[in-house]
Design a binder for this molecule. Structure first.
Ligand code: SF4
Length: 197
């Protein structure tokens, strides 16, 4: 829902909203429609941390009161961790892993998720240690996505099957992961992953 500037009663001039208001004001207005689902696409990315925290609290309050679901789309993993209960990781337009918040941050399955977390600084003792999952190279062009697994050009654990076929969707605990390793126990052992399936 777009924010329209309102007229200041005293001056007759259009009121100028700051960026925080531009995000905050539409949220309660959207509730008037009693939505079942809200999509927040990089909604907080231009705000500072204090404003982000205030808005996340506001979303929580609105959600408790109005019982809607929201899809929170962001590149900021700290925000995702705070805002989301269930997280989908996307690579080149495909969901490659779908997991509960804690599972994803402490027990990531897909090599793309592992590499993403490896790039995230942390002071937590128990968080997944992804130091061995650093990537080389560049992502392929989205208009020339490779056959088979689109992550294969950067994946440190790629096997022959990754070039030939699209990876199957596999269940690992409560997580869904699109990766050949999870369809082949031997490949998981070769990669040396300590993963409970
Ligand atoms: S399917 Fe293969 S290339 Fe793709 S993430 Fe899994 S191991 Fe890596």
């Amino acid at each position: 829902m777009a924010v329209k500037p309102e007229l200041d009663q005293a001056t007759g001039q259009k009121k100028i909203f700051d960026l925080f208001d531009a995000v905050r004001i539409p949220s309660p207005r959207a509730m008037v429609m009693a939505p079942r689902l809200l999509i927040l696409d990089e909604t907080l990315s231009s705000l500072d941390q204090l404003e982000q925290a205030r808005l996340l609290e506001l979303f929580d309050e609105l959600q408790s009161k109005h019982k809607f679901t929201y899809i929170f789309i962001s590149h900021d993993l700290a925000l995702v961790r705070k805002a989301c209960t269930r997280i989908a990781v996307m690579y080149l337009g495909r969901v490659v892993e779908l997991a509960e918040n804690r599972e994803l941050f402490f027990k990531p399955r897909h090599p793309c998720t592992r590499a993403m977390l490896a790039a995230l600084p942390t002071l937590e003792d128990n968080r997944y240690d992804a130091a061995t999952c650093l990537l080389d190279g560049e992502p392929p062009s989205p208009v020339h996505i490779p056959q088979g697994c689109s992550f294969k050009t950067r994946c440190p654990d790629a096997i022959d099957a990754c070039t030939a076929q699209l990876p199957p969707l596999c269940k690992a605990g409560s997580t869904l992961v699109e990766c050949h390793l999870f369809a082949q126990k031997e490949a998981l052992q070769q990669a040396g992953w300590l993963i409970g399936a």
